[in-house]
Structures are given as C-alpha cells and as structure tokens.
Design a binder for this molecule. Structure first.
Ligand code: SOE
Length: 389
C-alpha cells in the first residue's frame, strides 16, 4: 500500500495577477509532477472581503482571510506565498519566518538591500525553506541553456546582452498605480523587469563585479489611480501625482569570470508587450532566447560542420529538456503559466527535502544589491562595485 504524502498547506497573500498565476500552478502541479509532498490550497488573503471571497471560490482556495497576520497565526498553514505589493514583502516574510512557515516571495524581494538582508537572515535563522519567484529560470529552454553553458559547450563566456521591453504605461493618462510609486515598489521598470534580467544573467553567466547605469522617467506626473487586474488600471481621482520611479533603465556590467554585460529594460518600447530576450556569446558558440517564442532556443556552435554553421532553432520540448518531459510529447509547446508550475515544483521538492532551492532569498539579496548599485551609479554617474553581503 502506498503511504499518504505529507500535506503542505499553502496560504497565499494577494489574488490578482500573480495570485492567479500561483493559484493555477498549485492546482496543476500534482497533475503533471509526482511530488514527494501534497500541496493543499488552504487559504488566500486579500483586503477586500468580497473580492477575496470570489477569488477563493473561483481559484479553489478552501478559505480566505482579510488580514495577512491572521494567516500567519493559523496553525493549519505551512507555507506563506507572498504576491502582495513590494513594500509588504519584508514585514510579512519576517513574521512568517519567525512563525516557522516556509516562504515563496514574488520579485523583487524587497524595497532595498537592507530589507532583503533582514528577510534572508530571518529565514536562515528560522531554518525554513525559502525561494524568490524568478519564474523565467524555469523555462525549459533556459534550463537547457544553463546545461549547455555548464558543460562548456559555449566555451568561455564573453558577452551577455539582455532586453526586457514592455509598453503598458506609455499613455500619459495611465494612472499612478502602486507599481509606479517608490514607497510601494522601490523602483519602477528596474525592480519589475530588470530584476528578471539580472537573475537570468546571474543564473547563466556569473556574479556581477561592477556596474554603470542610467535611468529615465519620461512622464513625470500622472493622474492618481489603482491597478484593476492584469496590467490594467483605472483613474480614481482628478488629482495628479509625481512619478518618482524609473520608466526605463540601461546599464553595463563586468562579471567575475571576465564577461561583459549590456542590459536594457523599458516600459516605453511601443509594440513590445512582454519582450524579454537575451543573447550570450562564448568562445565556442552563442545562444539567443526570446520569451515571446519561449519554447525555442537559438543555438550556434562552432563545432558544427563548416558550410552548415549558423544559428539553429532547438524546440526545447523533448524529454532531454528539463521540465519539458513532465508535460506533453515533443513539439507540443508549453506557456507562461507553466513557468510557475515548474518553480513551485522546485519549491515543493525543496520542502520535502528540507533545503531552499535557487533562486532563494540569498539570490534575492544579490539581485537587490545589483539593482541598488545600478541606481547609485545612475545618480552619481560613476561605476559602482558590487559588494558581497
Ligand atoms: C509587469 O511588468 C510584469 O507582470 C512583471 O511584474 C512580471 O514580473 C513579468 O514577468 C511580466 O510583466
């Protein structure tokens, strides 16, 4: 007779865009993967009772709360999943760690390095399992790129260049929502989009050594308003407020292994809805990847026969490609939502084995250090060295 799996009872904070992605992933996870534990969608939290009740019913949560503190006090909750705005992450995560709950937290980890370090230290002191939700690491094509680079197939890495471009706030009438207010989100495009590119570069290339950056805010005042679901928003007031975060950011970097990096992120790149892409060049080959064609990896290998060399498209949907085999037969593609299933798979297995898989709060701290160094550099117009904390 097979033994019942240990139940891992999840309490999730926030039920909008990321809440929907995480809820879907918890529901589908056991469908695709044989886990060593059984995730249970125990409770969801939101401040608006009507909204959170409807979300719980629709997404399959067994109960709801309107105050995250109640969730942390509950002894039928093992995991706190944080998808609320950035200025809430530190307080919630530290309280959750002190209560002995495992934590998965949306990116960026916090508003600044000081908060991120406190979160990491609290999590490590409590001995709980922790992760930060950099979901793009879990795209099969990116996991495969990591394998190729680790095996030395691209040789010594010389260049990484990343672009993360969107266009959803370009209308000057798009309101001053929480994602555009420094006190709530820490930074704008930088923490929202560039944080992902920094994570991918750390995953695939190495650690940052120094950076030189620039940042720009194109629209300086916006009407007040709130997010209304997905990336939509509604104006709630006739008043205008000052925008105090970046609309676009670019920086250059040096890595510990001698590689050079060029990074660009913007929410002012018309026509780019979620244009997250990069190219890496090594002494023996290159790779290119684009989120809007996420199942494919473009690979150039010098070892290919002369005359047939060139970038070729690898459909990362075969059994050999990490995570791909859990889904469909080769060639049957997966999408954005599966990146969350994959990362939650890593998290649940981490809980089963009592370890914090990468990217965890240590990665969150290192990411935040790079984010902050780029901001310092943009303000001072000087190169800034990356400290190790
Ligand atoms: C909005 O810019 C957003 O949803 C980010 O917050 C996510 O992290 C990114 O993956 C997609 O775009």
């Amino acid at each position: 007779m097979s033994q019942a799996k240990k139940k891992v009872r999840v309490g999730m904070i926030g039920y909008k865009f990321m809440g929907k992605a995480h809820s879907h992933a918890y529901r589908d996870l056991p469908f695709y993967f044989d886990l060593d534990v059984e995730p249970v969608m125990q409770a969801v939290v939101g401040r608006n009772e009507e909204g959170v009740k409807a979300a719980a019913d629709k997404m399959g949560w067994a109960s709801y709360e309107t105050d995250w503190r109640k969730l942390i006090e509950r002894d039928d909750i093992d995991v706190i999943d944080i998808g609320s705005p950035n200025n809430t992450h530190a307080e919630i995560a530290i309280a959750a760690a002190e209560a002995g709950k495992h934590i998965i937290c949306e990116k960026p980890l916090s508003l600044n390095v000081e908060e991120a370090v406190r979160m990491r230290d609290a999590a490590n002191k409590a001995g709980i399992v922790h992760m930060i939700c950099h979901n793009y690491r879990f795209v099969p094509a990116i996991q495969y790129a990591k394998k190729l680079i680790s095996e030395g197939r691209l040789g010594q890495i010389y260049h990484v260049r990343t672009r993360y471009l969107q266009d959803w706030i370009m209308d000057p009438q798009f309101p001053l929502v929480w994602r555009l207010r420094k006190d709530v989100c820490g930074s704008g495009t930088h923490g929202d989009l560039m944080a992902h590119s920094i994570d991918l570069a750390r995953f695939l290339v190495g650690e940052f050594v120094e950076v030189s950056g620039m940042m720009e805010t194109f629209i300086k005042k916006r009407p007040l308003g709130e997010m209304s679901g997905g990336l939509n928003a509604e104006i709630s007031d006739t008043e205008y407020g000052e925008v105090d975060v970046d609309d676009a950011v670019a920086f250059m970097a040096r890595f510990d292994n001698g590689a050079m990096g060029v990074f660009e992120a913007s929410r002012f790149a018309k026509g780019n809805r979620n244009g997250n892409n990069f190219e890496i060049n090594g002494s023996k080959g290159s790779i290119r990847w684009d989120m809007q064609d996420m199942n494919n990896l473009q690979l150039y290998l010098e070892e290919d026969e002369a005359g047939s060399q060139g970038f070729r498209t690898i459909s990362c949907t075969e059994q050999e490609h990490p995570y791909a085999g859990a889904y469909w037969p080769a060639g049957h593609i997966i999408g954005y939502e599966h990146t969350f299933i994959n990362i939650l798979h890593a998290f649940m297995q981490g809980i089963a084995e009592g370890r914090s898989p990468a990217p965890n709060f240590d990665d969150g701290v290192r990411n935040q250090i790079v984010l902050e160094a780029v901001e310092q550099s943009a303000n001072s117009r000087q190169w800034v060295k990356i400290p190790i904390l």
